[in-house]
Design a protein around this ligand. Structure first.
Ligand SMILES: Cc1cc2nc3c(=O)[nH]c(=O)nc-3n(C[C@H](O)[C@H](O)[C@H](O)COP(=O)(O)OP(=O)(O)OC[C@H]3O[C@@H](n4cnc5c(N)ncnc54)[C@H](O)[C@@H]3O)c2cc1C
Length: 497
């Protein structure tokens, strides 16, 4: 009898949960909630899972569409450990050596090695005394990483300012007031070293002069922990999380485009998709926050259009997926082309939004480390120019910038590459809007500025609709794959509480 009462109580507690979108935050939330015993279904509008980390194959090439820098491997490992698994149960990763190459001009580049001592030696060659300074800088960054990841990341659903207050964070208050730019400039004079140390800020979506110095823990992630590569790219992680979810009972539905959210008595009564209507107890949206709110009746939206207009969004991107029928010299797996004025480009993203006059860009060639991503003797190229959100993009503009990139690549490699292109696809602001319902075509959410950190970000739980929650790069903790995974865990734990 007692056993029956207990199992009845469990049945009552078991919720029917719908998760919108299949980005990493949604995939993560789905696994935790299924583990806690709930019935979970993921609804994705596109025909593949993974959100911005989708992958496609064309002309013998395999392209990861979004993320490519596998940083903070501890966060991925912890995720699988929470299910008594390891990343190794699903995919292999290997540390890249060198992690990446930074071009400053013709025959002028710096390879960032896989070890802080080796990087310090390189720094010393560029600026006397900078090797020692780098080691000290990284010690502080490591401390911040430990506080940031262990004490803050997983403990901040962004509900109260008190989450930020602890003995350890109070001791670090200086780092919340100062900026990355100030801290880097104080120690290093050489512009090349400064730009390399400011590079991780790009992942946070804001300017170095607008990002709290505490985020220098990303420098430890970069130089201290290193850059890894799953064998088949980021899609290995998507497949792993889906496979784990399926083993826990999660149901995944693609081609399910949510059109409207109906409310009754301050609760979601039904979700209206193109082809059907469903009812559930709880909804989590991992789709773009602004888009999700736009599907609600106006009086149930928490944030006005003016609120969104006044946020600092991470940049959009102009992307190219390119197949070359030749091998490319003088490039590594990851390459940064920082041979232009970093500040001018940042100004054209954030302060005076327009197409960049002299863009810096990023390129990866996954076939340098995994021959399977390109046909034999071919190279798989991915190019990214960060740009302001909401820019007009046209075929002509995309062609103009492609020529700028290819001219530079030809100059630096000494190869005629334009004639070797056998596949090309571009992706820009209008595609981000169309394919992901992304606000302004942002590529990776809401920037992590001081005023958009923790409880100052859009809420993880709706204040207007009782059974509506959010996860992903527009809420806590912020942009990037590791934060997206943590976001899924935070929302799942909040619901489970
Ligand atoms: C080009 C690029 C490069 C990046 N590089 C890196 C990197 O190297 N390292 C790193 O850590 N991070 C990187 N990022 C950031 C990282 O990819 C993202 O922060 C993270 O993947 C976002 O996950 P998410 O869960 O917030 O959702 P998303 O991946 O944005 O997924 C949201 C999902 O919701 C779906 N959706 C939207 N509307 C609806 C609807 N109405 N109905 C149903 N579904 C809907 C969308 O189709 C999408 O699949 C990069 C991002 C981009 C775009």
């Amino acid at each position: 009898m007692e056993v029956r009462v207990f199992s009845c109580a469990l049945e009552i507690m078991k919720k029917n949960i719908a998760i919108i979108g299949s980005g990493f935050s949604s995939l993560s939330a789905a696994c935790y909630l299924a583990k806690y015993g709930h019935k979970v279904t993921v609804y994705e509008k596109n025909n593949e899972l993974g959100g911005r980390a989708r992958q496609f194959k064309e002309a013998g090439f395999t392209f990861d569409m979004g993320p490519s820098w596998y940083w903070m491997p501890d966060v991925f490992e912890k995720f699988f450990n929470d299910f008594n698994k390891s990343t190794k149960d699903y995919y292999e990763i290997r540390k890249l050596e060198p992690a990446y190459r930074v071009y400053f001009g013709l025959n002028d580049y710096l390879d960032i090695e896989d070890d802080p001592d080796k990087i310090s030696e390189k720094f010393e060659l560029i600026e006397e005394g900078s090797g020692k300074k780098l080691k000290k800088f990284l010690e502080k960054a490591k401390e911040n990483y430990s506080i940031g990841v262990s004490d803050m990341l997983y403990k901040m659903p962004g509900i109260s300012p008190l989450e930020l207050v602890s003995f350890k964070t109070i001791k670090k208050i200086r780092y919340f007031i100062s900026t990355i730019r100030k801290e880097v400039n104080r120690e290093f004079k050489n512009p090349k070293l400064r730009s390399v140390l400011e590079f991780p800020v790009l992942f946070l979506g804001a300017k170095a002069s607008n990002t709290p110095a505490f985020y220098n823990f990303m420098n430890y992630a970069d130089f201290g922990l290193g850059t890894f590569q799953p064998t088949n790219g980021f899609h290995d992680l998507v497949n792993a999380m889906v496979s784990l979810g399926k083993s826990l009972g999660v149901d995944y539905k693609v081609n399910h485009d949510l059109q409207r959210i109906d409310i009754k008595n301050k609760k979601i009564s039904s979700l209206i998709f193109r082809q059907k209507q469903i009812n559930c107890d709880i909804v989590i949206s991992g789709a773009d926050y602004h888009h999700t709110e736009s599907l609600l009746p106006k009086n149930f939206r928490q944030y006005s259009e003016n609120y969104w207009k006044n946020r600092v969004f991470a940049p959009s991107s102009l992307l190219y997926y390119v197949g070359f029928n030749t091998k490319i010299n003088k490039v590594q797996h990851h390459n940064l082309f920082f041979d232009t004025n970093f500040d001018k480009h940042a100004e054209e993203i954030y302060d005076n939004p327009k197409w960049p006059s002299d863009p810096l860009f990023y390129a990866n060639f996954t076939s340098k480390t995994n021959l399977k991503t390109a046909p034999e003797n071919c190279e798989n190229g991915f190019f990214l120019i960060p740009i302001a959100t909401d820019l007009e993009d046209s075929v002509e503009i995309r062609e103009k910038y492609f020529k700028i990139i290819l001219d530079k690549l030809e100059l630096y490699t000494g190869q005629k590459l334009k004639k070797s292109i056998i596949y090309k696809k571009s992706f820009c602001v209008s595609d981000f809007k169309k394919e992901y319902n992304s606000y302004g075509g942002n590529a990776y959410g809401l920037a992590n500025t001081l005023w958009q950190t923790a409880f100052l970000r859009p809420n993880i739980k709706s204040k207007m609709v009782q059974n509506l929650y959010f996860c992903g790069q527009l809420t806590v903790p912020g942009p990037g794959v590791p934060p997206a995974i943590v976001s899924g865990e935070l929302v799942a734990n909040l619901i489970n509480k």
